[in-house]
Each structure stands twice: as structure tokens, then as C-alpha cells.
Design a protein around this ligand. Structure first.
Ligand code: WQD
Length: 344
């Protein structure tokens, strides 16, 4: 059995898919999650997929003493993947202090404990949101970091700076920052997937809930942008492909392959799709007609962003492989499974 990895937020959307891929790769996993935006049932789902039940500690990463007890209890945690964070852009505008406390102090607690317990490295869940609206597209890792549009986006920028400053201060830890684009889809088994609380803020869960009849109509937030069809463009990446990028990053840290103590990678497909193109792709790949309307722009939305993934492809050795059609079908299958199981 390979080394043990601590995954914070491991019952969440991206976290759970990453735990599956870590186990598939032979790693032992300890999940720490406060279940504020997920359910412990996800641990059962992971076990159902891989046949291996990850260790699970219900804990808030703000609880330094509790976190230290986990490090001491498991003893040989070799690296961390840190997903646990509040991540709703709109909510962060309403509750900035909660976002700054949760997203910054959680990371600080981990960084403080790592050297004490010989934890070699951390893979940090960052976001393309740090770029704001890039001046040049596709966006590369050395694009300028612009003033964040929301407290959520600002916490991601500050988190990255905290990691750089910690390393610069002489901490022995290694770090890989993965800047995600737009994660979508679900595990092909439809046993785990995205489970937003309440009314979904993100496009795909709202789209599939509309397709299955939970929502009456999908609102497209604006078609008057400076894009070919007027709707916003994003780089939609399959969640399993994204999960695999984390395993490659963990391997890179543990096998001492890093070129620098802190490395940054854009984890995207390199393909931009507009909202209207995505709706069309969903209808064509599932055969389900979607009821939608064009409405006004959503505050805070940037117009267009998609990744230049060359560095991740050539240096990290990872590439997105799943087609948008298969990814949308997986999202639809997941929504249908929730209906069959009487969950949504
Ligand atoms: C995508 C596009 C909307 C809903 C955010 C965060 C990012 C990451 C993913 C956490 C936009 C349009 C959406 C709807 C719509 N979050 N849309 N109708 O805003 O690109 O990214 O979520 O890590 O960090 O910034 O994702 O899915 O909300 O929106 O037209 O009902 O879909 O305007 O153009 P976004 P999204």
C-alpha cells in the first residue's frame, strides 16, 4: 500500500472524486470534512466504487486542536490535498468575514501542522478566478493576477500568497497549486456527483435540475457579451479528469519531481464553450430538450476565460481526456440517479 494522504473536504464534489482516484492509485486516504456542504453518505459511495472505505474524521479545519489530533492519530500522513473551503461567489459578497476566516485560517492551521508531523507537501485547490478577466486568452499561469471580483476569489489569491510566504520563510513544505477552471460532470458509476445545497448557483446542476423538471426554466445570464453568440465562455472540465490531476500532483511531490518548492498549474481543457453552446451540446448528447430563457447579466461574471493547459500537459504530465458530450451525459445520468433514489 502506498503512503497515506489527508484530504480535507473529501466528501465534497471534487474531493470525493479525488479520493476515488487516490484509492485507485493505491494511496490510503483520511478524509477530514465538517459536512457543512456534503453528507457522510459520500463515504459509503466511495467505498461502493473502490471497495475500500477511506478513514473519515468529521472535523472543521478551523479546529486547530482537533486537526492536530488527526495528524497524531494517523501518524504517517505524507501529503495533503486541501479542498475544504467555502466556495459560493455570491454568498462570499454577503458574508465576507465567514469566507476570510474559513478559507484563510483553515489553510494556516494545516501549514502550521505540516512540518511538525513531517507532512511533505500540500496540493492546494485554487481557481482560475484568480485571473479575473484575462487580457490574453487562453490564459497561462504567468498571466497577471487581477483584483478579485469577490471575497471568495480574494481568499484564493491570499491563500496562494500565504503558501508562497510560508515557503519563503524557510518552511520545508512543498506545494502544488492547481488552478481549476469549471469542474462539471459526475463519476461514470453515478454513485457520486455534485450535490449543491438548495438552489444551484452553478450552471450544470441548475441545467440538469431543469432538464429533469425540478426547475421550470434555466436562465441564461446575458447574451450581450463580446463573444461569438453573446453568452459567456468558460473552460468546462470533467471532474474525474480534474481528480486525476490531483493524483499526478501528489505523485510529483512524493517522488521529488518538482522543479520548484511551489508550482502552479492551470487545470483546464484548453477549450472554451459558451453557455449557449453548452446547452446545445447537452441537448445533442442526451436527446433532452432544455427549457431556457435569456435574462440579464449576473453581477460579478467575467465575460470569457479558458485555459492554456500546456504547462500541465508537458510539465505535470496530465491532460484532460473526457469529451464534453460524455461529461454532460455523466451529469445527466447522475441527476437521473438522484431522482431514482428519491433524493431530488
Ligand atoms: C458558468 C457560466 C454564468 C448559472 C464559479 C466560480 C469558480 C468555481 C466555479 C468554485 C457563467 C452562466 C450560470 C445559471 C447561467 N467555483 N450561468 N445560468 O461563475 O464560471 O465559476 O463556479 O471553485 O471559482 O467563480 O461558474 O457555473 O456559476 O457559471 O447562465 O443559472 O454559466 O453566467 O457564464 P463560474 P457558474
Amino acid at each position: 500500500m502506498k503512503e497515506r494522504i489527508l484530504v480535507t473536504g473529501g466528501t465534497g464534489f471534487i474531493g470525493s472524486h479525488t479520493v476515488v482516484e487516490l484509492q485507485n492509485s493505491g494511496y490510503e486516504v483520511v478524509i477530514v470534512d465538517n459536512l457543512s456542504n456534503s453528507s457522510a453518505d459520500v463515504v459509503d459511495g466511495i467505498e461502493k466504487i473502490t471497495g475500500i472505505r477511506p478513514d473519515f474524521e468529521q472535523l472543521d479545519c478551523l479546529d486547530f486542536e482537533g486537526l492536530e489530533k488527526v495528524f497524531a492519530k494517523y501518524g504517517n500522513i505524507k501529503s495533503i490535498i486541501h479542498f475544504a473551503a467555502s466556495k459560493a461567489v455570491g454568498e462570499s459578497v454577503q458574508k465576507p468575514l465567514m469566507y476570510y476566516r474559513n478559507n484563510l485560517v483553515s489553510l494556516i492551521n494545516l501549514l502550521e501542522l505540516m512540518p511538525k508531523y513531517n507532512v511533505k507537501g500540500i496540493v492546494f485547490s485554487s481557481s482560475c478566478t484568480v485571473y479575473g478577466q484575462p487580457d490574453v486568452l487562453p490564459v497561462t499561469e504567468d498571466a497577471p493576477i487581477k483584483k478579485a471580483e469577490s471575497p471568495y476569489g480574494n481568499t484564493k489569491q491570499i491563500n496562494e500568497e500565504i503558501i508562497y510566504d510560508t515557503v519563503k520563510s524557510g518552511s520545508p513544505i512543498q506545494a502544488i497549486l492547481l488552478r481549476y477552471f469549471n469542474p462539471i460532470g459526475a463519476h461514470p458509476t453515478a454513485i457520486i456527483g455534485e450535490m449543491p445545497n438548495g438552489v444551484p448557483q452553478n450552471l450544470i446542476p441548475f441545467l440538469t435540475q431543469t432538464a429533469i423538471g425540478i426547475r421550470e426554466k434555466l436562465s441564461v445570464f446575458g447574451d450581450d457579451y463580446n463573444t461569438p453568440d453573446g453568452s459567456c465562455i468558460r473552460d468546462y472540465i470533467n471532474v474525474v479528469d480534474l481528480a486525476k490531476a490531483h493524483v499526478v500532483a501528489i505523485d510529483r511531490i512524493l517522488q521529488d519531481k518538482q522543479n520548484e518548492q511551489v508550482e502552479v498549474f492551470n487545470i483546464g481543457t484548453g477549450r472554451g464553450l459558451s453557455v449557449l453552446e453548452l446547452i446545445q451540446a447537452f441537448e445533442e448528447s442526451t436527446g433532452v430538450k432544455l427549457n431556457y430563457q435569456i435574462v440579464g447579466r449576473r453581477a460579478g461574471d467575467i465575460e470569457q476565460v479558458w485555459a492554456n493547459p500546456d504547462k500541465a500537459n508537458n510539465v505535470l504530465g496530465w491532460k484532460a481526456e473526457t469529451s464534453i458530450e460524455d461529461t454532460l451525459r455523466s451529469a445527466w445520468r447522475w441527476q437521473q440517479k438522484l431522482r431514482e433514489d428519491g433524493i431530488q
